[in-house]
Design a protein around this ligand. Structure first.
Ligand code: AMP
Ligand code: ZN
Length: 470
């Protein structure tokens, strides 16, 4: 498997620290609101990476945090007149519901910043002891960026260039800060804000330190993969490297993976522009598997444009796979062993798995992997029928199930059988078939439209008329 590593800016062969194991950390959301569709991209992309590695036989230890203390959470809490914890717990719960609906697996651990304060205090103390951090008179602790020789290695920035660019920035007001690029590890308590006691007085941690601490605690000093959206490369991930490598005296993460951004109608998503969608907004119109499918149709390092028409196209494409799965499920097939022709077909079908894996091995090219799934669907539509053997049908079903499951797409799910609805629709289908036989196409079309208005779609297939909910 090759992974594009932001550190080297090259695709590199993936070699884990421990054989057949992956230690992976993905920066999670700040929980002050429902997650938006941009937040959903890293969740879906890296969940797919995890599923693929598991399918290839790796044991994946997947850690993804919730940032549950932050200015935005405190602001939301003050506006509602509740404790910060009420806001963060509420949105963690909602986030988990969205994740489940997008078929994003629960992480091995979902640590929360507020439960790891002692670990953060310990790491900050180590950094001070080693000369990489310093407290100031007001109780702030800063990381001393120019002490860390490799600063800038992830974002490929040079500290001198950064500093030259910032010569004219007014940095006063931040008492005792030695350098404009020094960043906060611990901030002193402000009135009305949640705080914890520390050797530097009551306060709360800066944002970057939580990921260094949680990653160390749950995965060890050295990890295989650290991931998140590309906006996190600088400063968040650069700062994580500076903290972890200085504190632990070891290289931090071998591979850094970053997803590109999702835009809306080719513009940056923003609340003030009015082009902002939460995952929940999308769920009112679509089953969230459609959103997942939509995201995976693009390579994770390509910017992705979201629009109503692209979502509609994604829905139709996913439906094609689902119809194929439904047809397969309903085929009984013939008893007896596979014919020679079927044996040959099966070999051909295995080629799809090989090409699917090849695409996924190439830096998680889900776009190409999905194209292979569509080729498989076309293959199934033309080569599997009621005349096929049971064994052949089962094997093909398995194949389609496996590949779609790696992508986290549930195409075989039972929609829940509503018997009254089934009886009604089947009666209407019978009437329509009779109308067609009598060449009364107006009535046949009227029946189809009547069903459509009730959200029922009819498909004329070689095996007769099939129906499904829109
Ligand atoms: P935040 O809650 O802002 O820290 O974001 C959580 C995750 O979502 C991070 O990995 C971000 O990089 C990612 N993210 C935020 N906005 C977008 C976007 N528009 N497109 C893709 N990823 C995003
Ligand atoms: Zn992080």
């Amino acid at each position: 498997m090759k992974i594009f590593n932001t550190l080297s800016r090259r695709k590199e062969e993936f070699r884990p620290i421990e054989e057949n194991k992956v230690r992976m950390y993905v920066c999670g959301p700040t929980v002050y609101n429902l997650i938006h569709i941009g937040n959903a991209r890293p969740m879906i992309v890296f969940d797919t990476f995890r599923r693929y590695m598991e399918y290839r036989g790796f044991e994946v230890n997947y850690v993804s945090n919730f940032t549950d203390v932050d200015d935005k959470i405190i602001k939301a809490a003050n506006e509602e007149g509740v404790e910060a914890g009420v806001i963060s717990e509420r949105y963690i719960k909602e986030c988990k519901k969205d994740m489940a609906a997008m078929n994003v697996k629960e992480a091995t651990v979902h640590p929360k910043a507020t439960c790891e304060i002692q670990g953060m205090i310990d790491m900050i103390s180590t950094l001070i002891d080693k000369g990489y951090a310093y407290p100031t008179a007001d109780g702030t602790v800063y990381y001393r960026v120019n002490r860390f020789k490799d600063y800038g290695k992830l974002s490929h920035k040079k500290l001198e260039d950064l500093e030259a660019g910032h010569r004219f920035i007014n940095v006063t007001g931040e008492d005792g800060k030695e350098d404009p690029f020094d960043f906060v590890l611990w901030k002193p308590k402000k009135e009305g804000e949640i705080s914890w006691p520390s050797p530097w007085g009551d306060g709360r941690p800066g944002w970057h330190i939580e990921c260094s601490v949680m990653s160390k605690k749950y995965l060890g000093d050295e990890i295989d993969i650290h991931a998140g959206g590309e906006d996190l490369i600088f400063p968040h991930h650069e700062n994580e490297i500076a903290q972890s490598e200085a504190a632990n005296g070891k290289p931090f993460s071998r591979y850094w993976m970053h997803n590109a951004f999702l835009n809306i109608d080719n513009k940056k998503m923003s609340k003030s522009e009015g082009n902002f969608f939460t995952v929940r907004d999308i769920s009112e119109k679509y089953d969230l598997q459609v959103l997942r499918f939509f995201m995976l149709q693009a390579h994770y390092r390509s910017p992705l444009n979201f629009s109503a028409s692209l979502m509609e196209a994604a829905k139709n494409s996913l439906d094609r796979i689902r119809i194929c799965a439904k047809t397969l499920k309903e085929l009984d097939g013939k008893d007896g062993s596979m014919t020679n022709e079927e044996e040959a077909f099966l070999k051909e079908a295995d080629e799809y798995t090989r090409r699917f894996n090849e695409a996924m091995d190439d830096d998680l090219n889900t776009a190409d992997a999905i194209s292979v799934v569509f080729e498989l669907v076309r293959f199934i539509n033309s080569n599997v029928s009621a005349a096929s053997s049971k064994e052949f049908i089962v094997k093909i079903k398995d194949l389609l199930f496996t590949l779609t499951d790696v992508l986290g797409l549930t195409v075989f799910e039972d929609e829940g059988v509503d018997e009254t609805l089934t009886a009604y629709v089947e009666q209407k289908i019978k009437e329509r078939t009779e109308a067609k036989k009598a060449k009364d196409f107006a009535t046949a079309d009227a029946i189809r439209d009547e069903l459509l208005s009730k959200g029922i779609i009819l498909e004329d297939t070689r095996e007769g008329v099939k129906w499904r909910k829109a």
